[in-house]
Each structure stands twice: as structure tokens, then as C-alpha cells.
Design a protein. Structure first.
Lengths: 370, 98, 358
């Protein structure tokens, strides 16, 4: 049984004052159905990925909300795994499809975060950590510790971290839906305001609104295929990790995905990875097997992860420049890669979506299919 | 935002476990943009520490600057700025010792 | 020997048999200080520091409060008592005296008992009587132990003294506290006697909704501080049949650096007896923690067998007097004590703008 991405849609990501959570859901769902050129009633179930609507909008029961946007009220549910909500919702749909429970499903990831004050949003995001055992932490603080560990063990430098952001902002210029269309020099990034030492403002993905949807089917249709997927978990807290210089969850998810797809890291041409903070991308390209452990920073600085390099990482601009509406990101990564495949720009692509400081990771491998 | 009584009551049994115990800072980051609860206290440090062989994550006491390798002792401090009516959240933080 | 003489002997013998006193003590001073000259510059007025004889005062950190100060002092006392074989679960009375209890209803002692992991059997309440709330807690704990109702008692005086920015009190209102573990055995200092006085003398007060206290200016001198301290002092010396010269140290309440020196002179103490206990010049007035920290500071330097007279004062008004005799174990046990009071007076001076944030 092969899973095809029949249609997909990504909304603009950014500070979208005039769009509500519901508006974004509607736009993404309708857009994906339109691209698939199918009758809406073909959608047999809808899975919604979202982290914060319960807290920021006081809106839970998003499955029912999304289902109500379709005339036939298909079965629906909401899936949450912090920033990996999107990837997890796609995995849940894949399980629904492969178990033959459904033939065609929609997965939509959505987040409306920019209405909240910064301090409120910071606290909401901190919920992806262990609220008791990591009390007083913020997301930048946890990734700050991961950055310090990587710098200490492998000599990763400030310049290497800045190279991630610099590349992603440059690449986002080609993505009309990206939140930012502005480039930053390595120097500007290295001197931007400190958030949680050594993480600086321009290392951090933004707070964003946005949605992305994909229509997945096991029917025999043309379109990009899901060749494999994998999911990994690790301790919620950093204190309980075996190593701070890798995300074990990513490694385990990648292993599962490569095995299912019957390929290995060298076969991947492009990847959308989880650069919630610069170190996130450096860890990802090492843990996914594209570069040796410890060499991710060097490789980025050298240009090995940009157009013309060994592998293109985050052609959409990633989370940093593309935007990171938490629940939408995992779905957007898959939608973006599917589009690149459809346009003939890539044959084998990979997406990596992480929850929290690495408690959850989801990897998907997509390929051009006939 | 304030802690609810049952949560406070379950957690206050944990203070005595760490209070007074000594350890070492493994990694420390200075949090400059904080959540609402600690907004008034930024910048403060957040550390991963080794305390008697086990790893813990906790806030540094006050606005103290903690660095990798610093010797610390666990001390009781307020965990957040209380509201005028709510319960006061206390908990364990890392204080530098000479 | 006549009837009264015989009964005197009996009283003294009984008092010696039911000896009660300090098993261990601890003190805590926050590590920030601000100079009075810095406060003067911020206030834009003449520096009152010199006339108050105060150079600096302690400042609590942003996340410290009376509870956390009380816990630090108590932990030090408990750690020091372990060498005397004292057990935490034998602490059956816990009284905290302060003018800055975090709750108007919910004793500071409840957080202290949770933090220290003390037992279920516990007599507890918060005390308030301005700056004598600490010594009143101490007197109550001593009474509970003497009555046989508590094996050990823990008395704490701790405060983050409040003062209106721009006012005179701002020069002296400091932060800190001390804790005394009292019992019957393995004493560092034995209680010779204690007595108290109280009257309605409104020299200083605070209504519940108000953040800062009201101060009655010069009225707080003779009718209040000096009168009540003298009454308690006279009562105590008469009961004990002792004289000022019988004591090696006197510890007065320190609202500033002038009053205790003046009182010592008026009451017949020498400069030497008083000066060694004065920490106020560097740490300011710790309100309910003042006399308690003062006593701790004296125990840090006293020799075996020396006698200490503590005369605290609480506005509103009242005074507690406690007389002590240091045991023969004091010097040897003290050798293991770390972080004595004077070593906690840091040189970490902060600016007025940093002080305002705390």
C-alpha cells in the first residue's frame, strides 16, 4: 500500500492579525482539497495538529471544529506533541490509512500564537518542557544548555550557529509563504540581543500564526509518495538524557524511516529540519546521518547545507525564517517537500519534526512517485 | 497566574529532599526573556546541575550569575512573583557557595 | 538560715535542675548591602547615616522573603545541633516572630516546618510585636520546653524590614534573621531567667492594608524604647539578684547605632560590654531579627562561662529580657561552626536603583 500526498496547502506564516484560528483552519483545509482536485466528501477523516489553542484561545475539541468546516462532518481528532504535533498527526493518519480504516484523510496543523503577549507566549511554550522538573526554564534556556554542551564537546562556534540562520533567511527569499523575507549577515546574527545565553534573538524561530494541510490517500493516484516514516521518544527533561550532544529521539525516528523506505542518509537530497533554534538544525543534520557527529556546525559554515552543497537543508527557510506556528510546522514541512517533488526539484526528501527539547521526534521520507 | 493549593501541597514535600544538598553546575544559561511568572526577575540563571551524583535542572537564586563548574548549595527561595491574593510558590534554587 | 533563705536555695536548686537553654543557633544575612550614603544621594537630602550611626544595611534578594530567611537560619541551627545529638523530629514547638510575615493568615512556621521536614507534633503560631517578636518566640519556646510540653523548640526572628522610600527609616531597615534551637540537654548557653513588660505606647505601628509603618519620631525614644527596656532590665536584675557588672555582654535592640549605646550607658554597662554585640552599623535594623542576630553574634565570640544579658524592644510597646550563661561546651562545639554571623556581612554593595528592584 502506498500513501500519496494528493494535495497540500500552506497559508502565509506570520503575525496574521486579521485571521483567527478558524480562518486559518478553513483556508488550509480548502486549499489542500482544491489542489487535490477532489470532492470534499472524499475526506473520510480529519486529524488536527495543535499545541496551544486550549490555552491561548480557550478552544479545545479542535477535531470537532475542523470537522464542522466540512459539509459531511467526517470523524476527527486533535493530536498534540508540543512542536512535533504536526509530524505526529501525520503519523496517526498514516496508521489510519495503513490499517485500512480510511482510504483518504486530511491532516491539518494550525497555530494562532501572536495574539498573546511575549511573556504569555513564552510561558505557553515552556509547557513543552517538564513544568515541575524544569521549572523556571524557557525554551531558549533549554536549547541554550544544548548549545553549550555542543560547543563544549565539539568546539561549535558562534559563527557556525549564525551560519544556520543566515542560510535559512537567504533561502526563505524563495518561499512566498515564509514569515520573513529579509536577509541577515552572520555578524548581525552574532550580535543580536541575547535571549538565554548563548542563544541570541536571531537564533530563535519566531512566534507565528499559520496553518498547513495535506490530503493523504492510499488510492492509486499520481503524486509525491510517503516512502517511510518513523517516530522516536526520549526523556522529557534534559537532566534525564543520556547525552546532551544529540537528540536520541531523532536518531530512533530516522532509523525507523530509513528502514521503511529502504534507503539511507546518502540518498536524501533535501531535508526540512526542525531549526526552532540554530542548534536544532546542527543537531538534526548530525542525528539524521547527513554529517558526522560534531561536524554539523562546520558543514553549515562551509556551505555544505545550501544550494550547491552536499544536501540542501531547509529550502523553505526552515522554522527560523519560514515561521513556526507550532502545530502547523510538522505538516508544513511535508507539504513543502511534497511541492518540491511535484515541481521536479527533488526526488528524495526528508522532514524532521521535534517536540520540546527532544522528547519527541518524527521523521518522514518522501519521494517522487508515478 | 498562581499555583493551586493541591499542587502546592504535593510539591512542598519535595523541598526537604534537596534543601542544603551541595552540587556543581554542569551548564548554566542566563535567561533574559522570561515567562510571566519570572518576568520581573530577568536576567536569572537556569542550570543543569549535578547534586550528589544525580542531575537536576533548576533556577539560580536571585539574579546570581552561575557558571559551569561553580559549586552550589540548594536553597529555598520564591519561585515566582506572587499575586496579591494567591499562594506564594516556594521551591529549591541553586545558590553559589565559595 | 531563715524560711525565705531556705526557699531561696530551693528555688535556685529547682531552677538548676530544670535547666533550659540554647542547644544550637543559626543566623542568616542576605548577601547584598547598601551604604547609607547611597540612600542619601537617592533621597536628595542630608545623609542621616552618621547621626544614626549606621553605615550600611543588608538588602534581601528579589526572591527572598521572611520565610526563606527563616529557613536559612533554621537550617544552620539544625545542622549545628546534629553534633549535639539533637533530632529534628524532637522539635515540637516552632514560633516565628516577624513584622513581615508573608501571610496575614497562614503562619510562616508552616513553610518552615515543610522545608525542614519536621514532625507532626508541633505547637506553632506566628508572633508579631514589632522588633521583639523574635525574642518573644524564644521565650515561648523556652517555656514550652521547661513545661515539658516540647522536647525541643525552634524560635526564629526574621524580617525584611519595611520602610517608605524617602523616609528616615529607609536608612536603617535591613533584612535577616536568626534561629535558636532550645532544649534541656547539651546546651551552649543556659537560661538564667527571663521576664517581659508591655504597655500601650504607640511609638510605631502598621495597619494591615498599609505597606509601610508609621513612626512617631522622638516619642519613640524615652517614653518607648528606653522606658520599656529599662523596666524589663530592672525586673530581670532584681529577680536574679544580679548587677550589670555580672554580665560580660549586653545585647540591646538596635533600631539604629545610637539607641543601644545610649541605653548601655544609662543602664550601667561599660562600652566594652556593649560594643562587641553591635552589628547594626553594618547590617542595619533587622526588626524582629535584630536582637536575635545580635545574640547569635555574641555566641559566636563568647567564652565558656561568660554571661549575656539580652534586652529586646518591640514598638507599641514592650520589652523582653533574657539572661544567659554560656556553657563549658560552647567554645569546643563552636570550632565546627561555619558561616558565623560576622563572616556573612558581605562587601557586595549595590546601587540605589538595584536596591529598588529588590
Amino acid at each position: 500500500m502506498k500513501i500519496t500526498i494528493w494535495g497540500d496547502y500552506i497559508t502565509k506564516f506570520g503575525e496574521l492579525w486579521d485571521r483567527s484560528l478558524e480562518d486559518l483552519l478553513k483556508e488550509a483545509m480548502e486549499g489542500a482539497i482544491l489542489e487535490a482536485k477532489i470532492n470534499v466528501k472524499e475526506i473520510e477523516a480529519v486529524y488536527v495538529a495543535n499545541m496551544g489553542a486550549g490555552r491561548l484561545d480557550n478552544q479545545l475539541h479542535l477535531g470537532a471544529l475542523a470537522s464542522s468546516l466540512l459539509p459531511h462532518y467526517p470523524p476527527a481528532m486533535r493530536i498534540e506533541g508540543a512542536c512535533a504535533s504536526g509530524g505526529l498527526a501525520v503519523i496517526a493518519a498514516e496508521q489510519g490509512l495503513l490499517s485500512s480504516s480510511y482510504q483518504t484523510m486530511m491532516v491539518v496543523g494550525v497555530e494562532k500564537m501572536t495574539d498573546a503577549k511575549t511573556a504569555e507566549a513564552t510561558e505557553f511554550l515552556a509547557g513543552a518542557a517538564d513544568f515541575k522538573r524544569e521549572y523556571g526554564s524557557t525554551f531558549p534556556a533549554l536549547y541554550g544548555i544544548l548549545t553549550l554542551a555542543h560547543m563544549k564537546k565539539f568546539g561549535t562556534t558562534r559563527k557556525m550557529l549564525s551560519a544556520v540562520s543566515n542560510k535559512n533567511h537567504r533561502q526563505a527569499m524563495n518561499n512566498p509563504e515564509a514569515q520573513f523575507h529579509k536577509e541577515y549577515s552572520i555578524k548581525e546574527i552574532s550580535q543580536s540581543q541575547l535571549i538565554a545565553d548563548p542563544i541570541r534573538l536571531l537564533d530563535c524561530s519566531p512566534i507565528s500564526d499559520g496553518a498547513a494541510a495535506v490530503v493523504l490517500t492510499t488510492k492509486n493516484v499520481k503524486g509525491p509518495k510517503i516512502l517511510g516514516f518513523g517516530q522516536g521518544s526520549d526523556s522529557l527533561t534534559l537532566a534525564d538524557r543520556k547525552k546532551l550532544t544529540e537528540l536520541g529521539a531523532t536518531k530512533r525516528a530516522a532509523m525507523g524511516a530509513y528502514k521503511m523506505a529502504g534507503i539511507s542518509a546518502v540518498d536524501v537530497e533535501m531535508a526540512e529540519v526542525h531549526d526552532c533554534f540554530s542548534i536544532g538544525e546542527i543537531l538534526a543534520i548530525e542525528d539524521l546521518g547527513f554529517f558526522k557527529k560534531g561536524e554539523g556546525g562546520k558543514a553549515t559554515l562551509k556551505g555544505s547545507t545550501a544550494d550547491g552543497g552536499k544536501i540542501v537543508i531547509n529550502p523553505s527557510g526552515g522554522l527560523k525564517a519560514g515561521g513556526h506556528p507550532v502545530g502547523a510546522t510538522g505538516v508544513k514541512q511535508i507539504a513543502y517537500m511534497a511541492d518540491l517533488i511535484r515541481k521536479g526539484k527533488v526526488n528524495v526528501g526528508l522532514t524532521q519534526n521535534v517536540g520540546g527539547s527532544g522528547g519527541t521526534a518524527v521523521v518522514h521520507i518522501l519521494g517522487g512517485g508515478k | 497566574m498562581t499555583i493551586n493549593p493541591a499542587t502546592y501541597w504535593r510539591r512542598n514535600k519535595e523541598w526537604r529532599i534537596l534543601l542544603g544538598k551541595k552540587g556543581k553546575v554542569l551548564f548554566s544559561t542566563r535567561v533574559r526573556v522570561a515567562t510571566e511568572r519570572q518576568e520581573k526577575w530577568a536576567p536569572y540563571c537556569f542550570v543543569l546541575a549535578d547534586i550528589e551524583g544525580k542531575k537536576y535542572e533548576m533556577m539560580g537564586a536571585g539574579k546570581e550569575e552561575l557558571k559551569e563548574g561553580d559549586k552550589i548549595v540548594c536553597t529555598l527561595r520564591r519561585l515566582s512573583e506572587p499575586t496579591s491574593e494567591g499562594l506564594i510558590e516556594y521551591g529549591v534554587k541553586a545558590k553559589k557557595v565559595k | 538560715m531563715n524560711e525565705s533563705g531556705r526557699s531561696n536555695d530551693l528555688t535556685i536548686t529547682m531552677k538548676k535542675k530544670r535547666a533550659v537553654g540554647i542547644v544550637a543557633y543559626g543566623a542568616y544575612l542576605p548577601k547584598f548591602l547598601i551604604k547609607t550614603e547611597e540612600i542619601a544621594v537617592a533621597q536628595g537630602k542630608n545623609n542621616m547615616g552618621p547621626c544614626l550611626n549606621v553605615k550600611s544595611k543588608t538588602v534581601a534578594d528579589v526572591d527572598e522573603d521572611t520565610t526563606t530567611i527563616a529557613v536559612e537560619a533554621a537550617l544552620q541551627a539544625i545542622n549545628r545541633s546534629e553534633s549535639a545529638g539533637a533530632k529534628r523530629k524532637d522539635i515540637e514547638a516552632l514560633f516565628v516572630g516577624s513584622e513581615s510575615h508573608p501571610y496575614a493568615v497562614k503562619p510562616t512556621g508552616t513553610m518552615v516546618t515543610a522545608a525542614l521536614g519536621l514532625g507532626k507534633k508541633m505547637a506553632m503560631a506566628d508572633m508579631q510585636f514589632a522588633c521583639k517578636a523574635g525574642t518573644q518566640s524564644l521565650q515561648v519556646c523556652l517555656a514550652m520546653v521547661k513545661a515539658g510540653w516540647a522536647k525541643l523548640g525552634l524560635a526564629i526572628g526574621a524580617d525584611i524590614a519595611q520602610s517608605r522610600p524617602g523616609g528616615a527609616l529607609e536608612y536603617t531597615a535591613g533584612a535577616g534573621g536568626a534561629a535558636f534551637l532550645v532544649g534541656e540537654k547539651k546546651l551552649l548557653a543556659r537560661l538564667l531567667g527571663t521576664t517581659s513588660v508591655a504597655s500601650d505606647t504607640p511609638d510605631f505601628w502598621r495597619r494591615p492594608e498599609e505597606s509601610f509603618p508609621q513612626h512617631a519620631g522622638r516619642f519613640s525614644g524615652n517614653p518607648a524604647y528606653f522606658k520599656h527596656s529599662k523596666m524589663a532590665f530592672d525586673q530581670m536584675l532584681e529577680e536574679l539578684k544580679m548587677k550589670p557588672k555580672d554580665f560580660d555582654y549586653c545585647v540591646f535592640h538596635t533600631p539604629n547605632g545610637k539607641f543601644p549605646t545610649s541605653a548601655a550607658k544609662k543602664f550601667g554597662f561599660s562600652k566594652e560590654q556593649n560594643q562587641k554585640s553591635l552589628l547594626v552599623r553594618d547590617i542595619g535594623n533587622l526588626y524582629a531579627g535584630s536582637t536575635m542576630v545580635g545574640l547569635a553574634g555574641v555566641l559566636d565570640i563568647a567564652k565558656n562561662g561568660e554571661k549575656i544579658l539580652v534586652i529586646s524592644y518591640g514598638s507599641g510597646s514592650g520589652s523582653d529580657c533574657l539572661a544567659w550563661e554560656c556553657s563549658t561546651d560552647l567554645e569546643s562545639r563552636r570550632k565546627e561552626f561555619k558561616n558565623l554571623v560576622r563572616s556573612q556581612i558581605s562587601k557586595n554593595f549595590i546601587s540605589y536603583s538595584e536596591y529598588q528592584k529588590r
